[in-house]
Write a protein that binds this ligand. Structure first.
Ligand code: PMP
Length: 441
């Protein structure tokens, strides 16, 4: 039962066959296609609380939560009610509304930013912040880390070059060398590499992008050396060189804390990006920072940025309602659920003799199927030593038992306030067989 389900007689299989005719790979975002774990992706018909229901009627405990947004669980009655009420008043006006102002104010209340601009996706937020940072500083170069994902922005879709402080190479066909020529890709948590890059290019660097805590190579928290956290180190180095420190909290923001990684390490970035939870399951994202920096944006300043659906009233209502319901009790619940699952996964894998490392940033955690002897995963090169076949076997055994894990070994596990004991018990009950399947892979 640890092998991928390749049956052709399910409704999901039929839906997938049809989907592949009308859209490349049958999906609108690659990781949904199950490529790295194999088998047929589940088509989802509905969701409620901690559960997904696929088109064949299977109930699945959801450990993705839409890759982060569904902090309160699916179809929370108050969110759905507010969304229905907002939609009944019209869905988009192309003129300002008070809902978007209230959402901006809620973000500002929870984070160190003084002003925000609302956009529709995390990609748009990072793309806009990069332009803003370049516009403000009059510099071209951007530093990012291997394994950190900031959306599919050309300049940020770059892979590490051959040596430290060498320029990046395009990370995808269609990304030109010219667009990545100003991108410097460094190993995460590698302070010497960052120092060297700034020593070489410091006066040309507009900004440094980092995930506030890395969550797109599995979860890799910023390391602490001599009592100084990696984000603190990065912010200080940026400021010594007149560069802006950009913290991407699209994944971590309003999820691992009422603010995000900022709430855990207190490092104040110059500019920040947000998404996921703040949209409450709708397309909404934001970027923000000190007012003095944000004033460089049109229509006040010269850096152009715009959007037909930006600050959409329905999306803003969903996000605002979600954030207002995301109380300290919600975060405490998710933290407890996460701690329980981490402990149970560790026990099951250890019992089955599967080498692994579990890492967390607040309540966001992931399980690395790294070789025996690896005790920590500080960067992408280490994450890439994972046994992806073992993960695939683990994934499919969990899916067979009604638990929907991320279909990739490089992703975090997401929980919600709706993950009650009944849902968690189901996950825990499935673990021993899945761990055995991983051991046998
Ligand atoms: N930044 C981070 C840290 C992310 O995790 C993501 C999406 N996973 C993005 C940016 C891009 O956001 P979106 O998918 O909404 O474009």
């Amino acid at each position: 039962t640890s092998r991928p389900d390749t049956s052709t007689d399910t409704r999901s299989a039929a839906a997938f066959a049809r989907a592949q005719q009308v859209t490349p790979g049958g999906v609108n975002s690659p990781v949904r296609a199950f490529l790295s774990v194999g088998g047929t992706p589940r088509f989802i018909a509905s969701a409620k609380g901690p559960y997904l229901y696929d088109v064949d009627g299977n109930e699945l405990v959801d450990l993705i939560c839409s890759w982060g947004p569904m902090l309160l669980g699916h179809a929370h009655p108050e969110v759905i009610g507010a969304v229905a009420e907002a939609a009944s008043r019209g869905t988009s006006y192309g003129a300002p509304t008070t809902a978007e102002v209230e959402l901006a104010a809620e973000i500002i209340d929870r984070t160190p930013v003084e002003q925000v601009r609302l956009v529709n996706s995390g990609t748009e937020a990072t793309m806009s912040v990069l332009r803003l940072a370049r516009g403000i500083t009059g510099r071209d170069k951007v530093v990012k880390f291997a394994g950190c994902y900031h959306g599919h922005v050309d300049a940020l879709l770059a892979a590490a070059g051959s040596g430290v402080a060498t320029l990046a190479i395009p990370g995808s066909p269609g990304v030109t060398e010219a667009t990545t020529a100003d991108t410097i890709v460094l190993p995460y948590n590698d302070r010497a590499a960052v120092r060297e890059a700034f020593a070489t290019y410091g006066d040309q660097i507009a900004c440094l992008f980092t995930e506030a805590a890395a969550g797109n190579m599995g979860v890799v928290p910023p390391g602490v050396e001599d009592g100084v956290g990696f984000n603190r180190f990065l912010a200080d180095l940026c400021h010594q060189h007149g560069a802006l420190f950009v913290s991407d909290e699209v994944m971590t923001g309003f999820r691992i804390d009422r603010s995000g990684q900022y709430g855990l390490d207190g490092v104040v970035p110059d500019l920040m990006t947000f998404g996921k939870v703040m949209g409450g399951g709708f397309p909404a994202a934001a970027f923000g920072g000190r007012a003095e920096l944000m004033q460089s944006l049109a229509p006040v300043g010269g850096v152009y940025q715009a959007g037909t659906l930006s600050g959409n009233p329905v999306a803003s209502t969903a996000g605002l309602t979600t954030l207002r319901l995301a109380t300290d009790a919600v975060y405490a619940h998710v933290d407890r659920a996460s701690a329980r699952l981490q402990a149970e996964v560790a026990t099951a894998l250890a019992t089955a003799g599967v080498p692994h490392v579990i890492q967390a940033a607040g309540n966001l955690f992931s399980v690395f199927f790294v070789p025996e002897g690896v005790t920590a995963v500080p960067d992408y090169a280490t994450a890439a030593t994972q046994d992806t076949a073992a993960y695939a076997a683990f994934f499919h055994a969990m899916l067979d038992a009604g638990v929907y894990l991320p279909p990739s070994a490089y992703e975090g596990w997401f929980l919600s306030a709706a993950h009650d004991d009944a849902a968690l018990d189901r996950v825990v009950d499935a673990l021993p067989r899945a761990a055995a399947a991983a051991a046998a892979a």
